[in-house]
Design a protein around this ligand. Structure first.
Ligand SMILES: Cc1cc2nc3c(=O)[nH]c(=O)nc-3n(C[C@H](O)[C@H](O)[C@H](O)COP(=O)(O)OP(=O)(O)OC[C@H]3O[C@@H](n4cnc5c(N)ncnc54)[C@H](O)[C@@H]3O)c2cc1C
Length: 414
């Protein structure tokens, strides 16, 4: 039998943003009653599996302007928010609460234990300390504005609350678009971000696992990134591909994930420099075999594959190849075009772009402009980051600012 419960704050979603927001509200004002409604049977599920089970909680970039550059959507919004609660603040919070962290060479920050279980343990300790009520298998289904209160409906109950925070994550964007329709809240369409590219031509599949420093361009667009590229059995992955997929997520969806990429395997050299290097080989080391002349930074296996791709026989000597072949080799090394047909989900981390339009949110407190008392944070809003801990930072930042916003709202509304 259902009955109506009266609560100060209801939070929908016991993920990273929802749990952290509940804890922050209780830390700042323990007298506020908070209930988290969670649709699934478990809390913090994505935290558990995140970062390959290690949970990359944030990033070591200390320049907040540069930190904000990691958000293909929400850069300006995050730039403001990060100054109020940024990576140093979440690290400090974890430290105070007993979670030590370490930073890897690429800037990713993980718990010292290298397991997400430590992050979950840290949060569950706080949940018990503040006796935060979490109702599992009890997802929010409907919201009705009931004078100054929100009436929240779940399969099990009806609740009345003064403030409502929505943290249902990126997978819930479509359902919340319907739930929030009566409030006139605008959404950007949800789409996948952070994926890898499937090549039509699988001739490099035998090089699977090999990585190279390249520059990569989505042909016919402005999207260009430099960094490590990883060859996989289905095509290309690695940081450079993930960055490209994130920054061009909307454009690639419009192309139905059928597009061309251009790889510069030797971004440190110009075409003229390469051409003159090869001419030098021809005149000074003409008897040397092509396969024995791999340029610096290109492994011998990759070099051989690139020679074949350029139509050169690796067993030929430099004397045996003509200017036309050298030109073709230079073109393959600097503008190697591959047809992409489809994408593959990145196993370590994937994220949904889209969600509540940022114009509908007050950046200082994450409250919906059209609906005082209704707040949203985490992946449900139209902010998403590249890999490296930026997506969790969005969750921590939004949760903290929404928690403070809710407390102010409750104080003002009496
Ligand atoms: C495999 C994987 C690995 C990742 N690794 C990293 C990483 O290492 N570092 C990083 O920064 N980011 C990582 N991410 C991204 C990161 O996990 C998310 O951006 C982050 O969890 C978003 O937090 P959130 O609280 O908004 O949503 P979530 O963590 O998804 O939580 C939302 C919660 O709301 C619940 N919910 C949904 N609908 C309702 C409803 N109607 N009522 C009530 N509850 C509802 C869901 O069941 C869920 O528990 C990873 C993502 C994936 C998929």
């Amino acid at each position: 039998m259902t009955h109506t419960k009266n609560i100060d704050v209801i939070i929908a979603g016991a993920g990273a943003a929802g749990v952290f927001a509940a804890i922050r509200i209780k830390e700042l004002n323990p007298s506020i009653s908070v209930v988290i409604l969670e649709k699934s049977a478990r809390i913090l599920d994505k935290v558990r599996i995140s970062g390959g089970g290690r949970c990359n909680i944030t990033n070591a970039e200390t320049n907040l302007e540069r930190f904000a550059e990691a958000y293909p959507r929400g850069k300006y919004f995050m730039r403001k928010s990060l100054y109020k609660f940024g990576p140093a603040d979440i690290l400090n919070w974890f430290k105070i609460n007993g979670l030590e962290t370490h930073t890897e060479k690429d800037g990713r920050i993980f718990p010292e234990s290298n397991t997400s279980a430590s992050v979950i343990h840290c949060f569950t300790e706080k949940i018990h300390q503040f006796k935060i009520d979490i109702e599992l298998k009890n997802g929010l289904e409907k919201i009705i504005r009931n004078e100054e209160l929100f009436q929240v409906e779940t399969p099990n109950n009806t609740y009345l609350c003064k403030a409502l925070l929505l943290c249902p994550g990126g997978n819930a964007i479509e359902s919340f678009r319907n739930i929030l329709n009566p409030f006139g809240v605008q959404f950007e369409d949800p789409l996948p971000s952070l994926f890898t590219f499937n090549t039509l031509d699988k001739s490099f599949a035998n090089l699977m696992g090999l990585s190279a420093e390249v520059s990569l361009n989505i042909a016919g667009t402005k999207f260009q990134e430099s960094g490590p590229l990883l060859i996989t059995h289905w095509g290309y992955s690695g940081p450079v591909v993930l960055r490209c997929s994130a920054f061009s997520a909307r454009e690639l969806a419009k192309k139905n994930y059928n597009f061309s990429i251009r790889i510069n395997w030797m971004p440190a050299s110009t075409q003229d420099e390469l051409r003159s290097n090869f001419m030098h080989f021809k005149s000074h080391s003409g008897k040397r075999m092509l396969r024995n002349s791999s340029p610096e930074g290109i492994s011998s296996r990759l070099w051989e594959a690139l020679l074949l791709r350029a139509g050169c026989n690796p067993d030929q000597t430099w004397n045996e190849i003509n200017q036309k072949s050298i030109n073709k080799l230079v073109e393959t090394l600097t503008a190697d075009t591959w047809e992409i047909r489809g994408k593959t989900t990145f196993k370590e981390e994937f994220v949904t772009c889209g969600g509540i339009k940022l114009n509908d949110l007050i950046p200082e407190n994450y409250m919906l402009k059209k609906c005082p008392g209704l707040f949203a944070a985490g992946e449900i809003i139209d902010v998403d980051g590249i890999t490296g801990g930026f997506n969790f930072q969005n969750a921590w930042t939004g949760a903290d600012l929404a928690a403070k916003g809710i407390i102010n709202y409750l104080n003002q509304s009496g």
